[in-house]
Design a protein around this ligand. Structure first.
Ligand code: XIL
Length: 360
């Protein structure tokens, strides 16, 4: 039996406002064992996991402070949008790899591993594809070939440069049944097994993940996802990991069973990753809400650390300057670790003080 690993968060007393940047600078970094923890990258090294962020490629190009902070804090990155189908093949057969290439190039230059996101999804598909399926000019046989070519082309392009791929994203409904996407409707449930097999063939060393949201807590979705993975495994489909998106909000309870849920997936022999963590709040921001947010971030990291198979902890953007939350959740925001000016919020400091400890 493996030793029981517990993670303990030593939450900092939360001041009335976010700590100034200098309070977490190298001179003042919290102690970690006998060593100071300077930043998230240093923390990742000490915890023996990867700590990642989604990357906004426009900001990466245009904002030196964004780029510097990303490269200082993170040892793992995910392209927020640049690898999605509508981004890489806006017109049929016309590929636009510049943005995705830039994200990968920056990562390699800074010693960061890369999560590929995402190959098969129902959102952010190019209009030529959804339109063609809708008007019948793309039939099921052709659609399957298009999907195979897409998976193969993209995985091959970055062969050896992507640690893990989100092969299939958001395949299930909240009730645990399969989502009625164009993939399910036209190709049947076998599209999932196909996609994993095509991806494995294109890059045998990349870890292949299923990725979804609300699997942190929603029982029917948890059971449905576990059953799907068991079926895939029974068919010898090459699936290596389960990604928990982790889009949380402090107006909801923290998903208190998350570590146990991770463990159930790990017990199937899967690697685990937190792939898109953010913790939003109903605006306006208050010190109390920031304190709750800090607790949620800390618990999420502790949960990951308590499961040996959890090896990556990625946030969906690191600064409120570039976060999908205000655009997608009416009246909500402030979901990231750093504010618009890249000043650390209490959540950042809580992560720096989170540690892995051996339990009884
Ligand atoms: C979001 C991006 O952050 C936005 O910029 C974009 O407009 C929509 O998609 N689950 C996922 C991510 O898997 O790809 C989504 O990213 C957030 C939810």
């Amino acid at each position: 039996m493996r030793p029981l690993i517990l993670a303990l968060t030593l939450a900092l007393a939360v001041p009335a406002i976010a700590l100034p940047a200098s309070a977490t600078g190298p001179e003042h970094g919290p102690e970690h064992g006998h060593h100071r923890v300077d930043d998230l990258r240093d923390l990742a090294r000490k915890l023996h996991i990867s700590i990642g962020s989604a990357v906004d490629v426009a900001a990466l190009r245009a904002e030196p402070d964004y780029q510097a902070r990303l490269n200082r804090e993170f040892d793992h990155i995910t392209a927020e949008n640049a690898m999605k189908w509508e981004s890489v093949e806006p017109e049929r057969g016309v590929y636009a790899w510049e943005d995705a290439d830039e994200v990968v190039r920056n990562a390699r230059r800074h010693g960061q591993q890369v999560r590929g996101h995402t190959l098969v999804w129902h959102n952010q598909l190019p209009a030529w594809l959804t339109g063609g399926v809708e008007d019948g000019t793309i039939d099921a046989t052709e659609l399957r070939k298009i999907l195979r070519d897409h998976v193969t082309t993209q995985v091959r392009r970055y062969k050896g440069k992507i640690r893990a791929w989100d092969v299939v994203n958001e395949a299930l409904n909240e009730d645990g049944t399969m989502r009625q996407s164009i993939w399910l409707t036209h190709l049947g449930p076998g599209y999932i097994a196909d996609a994993f097999r095509w991806a494995r063939r294109a890059d045998p060393r990349a870890k292949l993940y299923l990725n979804d949201y609300n699997v942190e807590w929603n029982a029917p979705k948890i059971e449905g996802t576990l059953n799907l993975i068991k079926e895939l495994r029974a068919q010898r489909v090459p699936i290596d990991g389960m990604g928990f998106q982790g889009h949380l909000g402090i107006q909801y309870d923290y998903p208190g069973d998350w570590a146990n849920v991770m463990r159930r997936f790990a017990d199937l022999g899967l690697e685990i990753a937190v792939t898109e963590l953010d913790v939003r709040m109903v605006l306006p921001v208050t010190p109390e809400k920031l304190a709750t947010q800090a607790e949620y971030y800390g618990r999420a990291l502790s949960d990951c650390l308590s499961v040996r198979a959890c090896r990556e902890f990625t946030v969906w953007g690191f600064t409120d300057r570039h976060s999908w939350v205000p655009g997608w959740f009416d009246g909500e925001g402030s979901a990231c670790l750093l504010d618009e000016n890249l000043a650390p919020k209490p959540a950042y400091d809580t992560l720096l003080t989170t540690r892995r400890v051996s339990g009884p």
